[in-house]
Design a binder for this molecule. Structure first.
Ligand SMILES: Nc1nc2c(c(=O)[nH]1)N[C@H]1C(S)=C(S)[C@@H](COP(=O)(O)O)O[C@H]1N2
Ligand SMILES: [Mo]
Length: 401
């Protein structure tokens, strides 16, 4: 039981680690990094999966703890160095995991009742978790490989073979004792013997327990996944965001009031300045609207796990930067009217700048962009996290290489 749940938990953590790293590097790329811009919903998929797998970890981790609970109090506490490593790595793994998924869940509700930076701690703990998991697997490797080399368990009548007709006894299979796996080779048998911790009287039936865990996973995932998986929308009871709820049918993360941009955004003399090298041009909203317009369907996919498809209309970013003579390999800094706040400016690699779907959007779902969605103009690009879809644009400038 511990193995079955351990495998599922390991899988969920690996998925979270991979999708988490992807999300991290999208937001803080190393200088040489380039990212795929297709499929356009790639980040919606990776981050939606990250949150779903993370939420599934709650029942899985609790189940795993429940199953191994008696072993937490084994005596003597440490039997050998390998045993010490194993127990220390598990203690670290369990502690770090509980903190990791708890702050992750709180982050999806944008609730931060802890005195440290969510982003840094969530990132650092991921390495503690994967590291301790690797130590744990390393210590258990001989046992794991012995298990995979094991011969299938014999049928009932093979166990006690009758003498053959000529009266000579056939090879008698070694009886490993009740509950021990039959393994090939001396090492395998020894390891199986060493691992034979006294069997506990079952506290519940195996099937009942696994059903409970499966129901738990189905419940917590089913009641939240609708925040990103459209067909599950109706069942989205606990997800912090609901599809279609918000101005122009799209949820809002940071409001114009929180960002303190309303006055600057509504000002009659607003312009968007585009700069490359020594060249600078400013465009009023009317001037932007006179440039060739493109319509695209792209999702807002928030790191917090909600996402929503929307229709945007506006000017291709590459057309705009070409007007100031941008080179094809120029990366850009996207600056909003916001004076404070972590996302007042973002950076955009050339792969997004040159993409035909990347827009300075002026319209959303058939109407003038709502102030809450970034009026007068905002960025929308394929495959990027919501945090990088900068609202209330002010300036777009080439980053000197
Ligand atoms: N200037 C600015 N743009 C921003 C943000 C912000 O805080 N400031 N938040 C981002 C985040 S986290 C998300 S998920 C999207 C949400 O876009 P929406 O509010 O139009 O749905 O806007 C992004 N754009
Ligand atoms: Mo977001």
């Amino acid at each position: 039981m511990a193995t079955v749940i351990g495998r599922l938990l390991g899988l969920a953590f690996l998925i979270c680690f991979g999708t988490g790293l992807y999300s991290h590097f999208l937001q803080q790329p190393l200088p040489w990094m380039r990212f795929p811009t297709r499929p356009t919903g790639l980040y919606q998929l990776t981050q939606g999966t990250h949150i779903i797998a993370g939420i599934a970890c709650f029942p899985l981790l609790l189940a795993k703890l429940y199953v191994v609970f008696p072993q937490l109090f084994q005596y003597p506490p440490v039997k050998s160095f390998a045993n010490f490593l194993e127990r220390a790595s598990i203690a670290l793994f369990v502690g770090a995991s509980l903190v990791e998924i708890t702050i992750g869940l709180l982050n999806t509700y944008q609730w931060y009742p802890f005195p440290f930076s969510f982003k840094q701690v969530h990132f650092a703990l991921a390495f503690v978790i994967i590291g301790s998991l690797l130590v744990h697997i390393g210590v258990k490797l001989p046992l794991i490989s012995a298990h995979w080399r094991a011969t299938p368990a014999p049928g009932p009548d093979e166990r006690h073979p009758v003498d053959s007709a000529d009266g000579t006894a056939e090879d008698t299979p070694v009886d490993d004792g009740p509950g021990l796996p039959r393994t090939r080779g001396l090492t395998g048998r020894l390891l199986a013997y060493i691992d034979a911790t006294p069997r506990m009287a079952p506290r519940t039936s195996r099937r009942g327990f696994l059903t409970t865990v499966a129901l738990g996973v189905a419940a917590v995932v089913g009641l939240t996944a609708g925040q990103t998986v459209a067909p599950l929308d109706a069942a989205n009871v606990f997800g912090p965001r609901k599809k279609g709820v918000g101005p122009q049918g799209v949820p809002v993360n940071r409001t114009s009031a929180q960002a303190k941009v309303a006055t600057a955004a509504m000002a009659a003399d607003w312009v968007l300045t585009v700069a490359h090298g020594g060249t600078e041009r400013s465009f009023s909203r009317a001037e932007l609207a006179e440039l060739p317009q493109t319509a695209v369907d792209l999702p807002i996919a928030c790191v917090e796990g909600w996402s929503q498809m929307a229709s945007w209309r506006g000017v291709r970013l590459r057309d705009l930067v070409d007007l100031v003579g941008a080179s094809a390999d120029a990366d850009f800094r996207i600056i909003s009217l916001e004076q404070r706040g972590g996302f007042k400016q973002t950076e955009m690699g050339r792969e997004y700048v040159r993409d035909s779907l990347t827009l300075v959007a002026l319209e959303l779902n058939g109407g003038v962009l709502d102030l809450e969605h970034g009026y007068p103009a905002r960025m929308i690009a394929p495959g990027r996290p919501g945090v990088l879809q900068t609202k209330w644009l002010s300036r777009i400038e080439a980053i000197d290489a």
